[in-house]
Design a protein around this ligand. Structure first.
Ligand SMILES: NC(=O)c1ccc[n+]([C@@H]2O[C@H](COP(=O)([O-])OP(=O)(O)OC[C@H]3O[C@@H](n4cnc5c(N)ncnc54)[C@H](O)[C@@H]3O)[C@@H](O)[C@H]2O)c1
Ligand SMILES: O=C(O)C(=O)C[C@@H](O)[C@H](O)[C@H](O)COP(=O)(O)O
Ligand SMILES: [Zn+2]
Length: 363
């Protein structure tokens, strides 16, 4: 893939670029044209701050009179009101005004919380996504979903709020642990079944290269994923309809995350297993042949993802899935596949949902 690449997100009232390249943090052109302000605040976590915080501080120092950092505790378990409040404490404690620019440096947890803080601090300040995990570069930094978790459900409190730029520096992925790479691959795999059969084929051919952090393969996967997500978000920013396809595997996956306790399984791991269950449900409804389920499960396994779900109890799965944001009047609506590259939203009888789960539970 030729680098650098820029993918543009266009919604009804915003337009921003997703920059994809190596060396972006250190390049002055990356930061040109961002909103001017007296202060910039880097929202990150303690792990990422130690690895990449200095590079971003160096980049922003010539641009803003004051650059400060708030380093949150690391982990999905900290995607809470209490942690969000640490950001507000920092912003108010530093006298940040409504022009202050927030920079979310980290994975999806940091991005979702920094975005929610940006959406609500003084009713909205600009923010820039600087994703440092594969998952965040291919998915969470794009499209403006921001949120925190509630013990009863994932991402239950949040806002749609778009960043003014997304900076995907492929170099930052060099420090990413293998388990996190696999988690990112789950969201990359997702785009194949829901939107692009040829990309599905490509991922199957390149999954080993992606796990080995082959630069060209990673660059293409980030670019194609962002293109698909930008296209969907551009048509349906607030999930009135089409955007729900980006939730493939998430109804089951979010139940796994909340049911086990946040952080026990990574989000991408839960989504991988959830996609297999959703594919199984599609097969049980006669939408795809059983071979499709096997194909997807095999790819997830090759990506290093678990494909057998935890034994939470079927009743517990159903209870957790009923709080899914796509549910209407207590009826769960699932993202299902009816052909590789095409998804649809529909409900299903509890008995079939239970069967789909049971087919893919750990021994
Ligand atoms: N808003 C959206 O559209 C959207 C989309 C997908 C996922 N999400 C959310 O994103 C979260 C998952 O994101 P994630 O997988 O990035 O998890 P994460 O943010 O927890 O990051 C994973 C781990 O990697 C570490 N890390 C980050 N960058 C690193 C680097 N370059 N080198 C070494 N370690 C690094 C982090 O400190 C963390 O321990 C979930 O909360 C999920 O709900 C949101
Ligand atoms: O951007 C979207 O839309 C997505 O659904 C992307 C998902 O990968 C992501 O995990 C999202 O946060 C889930 O959204 P939610 O509305 O189900 O909480
Ligand atoms: Zn997701």
């Amino acid at each position: 893939m030729p680098l650098p690449a820029t993918v543009t997100v266009t919604t009804a009232d915003t337009r921003y670029g997703i920059l994809i390249d190596a060396g972006l943090l250190a390049s002055a052109s990356t930061w040109a044209g961002l909103p001017k302000a007296a202060q910039a605040v880097i929202v990150t976590n303690t792990t990422v701050d130690a690895l990449h915080g200095d590079a971003l501080r160096r980049a922003l120092a010539p641009l803003y009179p004051s650059v400060s950092t708030v380093a949150l505790p690391d982990g999905e378990v900290y995607k809470t009101w209490q942690t969000l409040n640490l950001i507000f404490d920092h912003l108010l404690g530093h006298g940040c005004d409504r022009k202050t620019v927030l920079f979310a440096l980290g994975g999806g947890v940091v991005g979702d919380m920094a975005g929610f803080a940006a959406a609500s601090y003084m009713r909205g300040v600009p923010f820039v996504q600087v994703p440092t995990t594969l998952l965040a570069q291919v998915d969470s930094s794009v499209g403006g979903k921001t949120a925190i978790n509630h013990p009863l459900g994932k991402n239950m409190i949040g806002a749609f709020y778009q960043p003014c730029r997304v900076v995907c520096d492929l170099d930052t992925l060099g420090t990413l642990p293998a388990r996190e790479t696999s988690a990112g691959l789950a969201e990359i795999i997702k785009y194949g079944p829901i939107a692009d059969a040829a990309f599905f084929d490509w991922i199957e051919e390149h999954v080993d290269a992606l796990r080995a952090h082959d630069r060209a393969a990673l660059a293409y996967a980030v670019q194609r994923s962002c293109e698909i997500k930008a296209e969907v978000v551009g048509q349906d920013e607030r999930e009135a309809g089409l955007r729900a396809i980006l939730n493939f595997g998430h109804t089951f996956g979010h139940a796994i995350e909340a049911g086990l306790g946040y952080g026990e399984w990574l989000h991408g791991e839960a989504v991988g297993c959830g996609m297999v269950m959703a594919a199984e449900l599609s097969a049980l409804l006669g939408l795809v042949p059983p071979a499709f389920v096997e194909r997807l499960a095999r790819l997830c396994e090759r990506a290093g993802l678990p494909v057998k779900g935890p034994r939470l109890g079927i009743g517990r799965y159903l209870e957790l899935m009923r709080v899914d944001k796509k549910a209407e009047g207590g009826e769960i609506r699932f993202v299902l596949i009816d052909a590789p590259g095409h998804a649809l939203l529909r409900s299903a009888p509890d008995a079939l949902v239970a069967q789909a789960i049971e087919c893919h539970l750990a021994a």
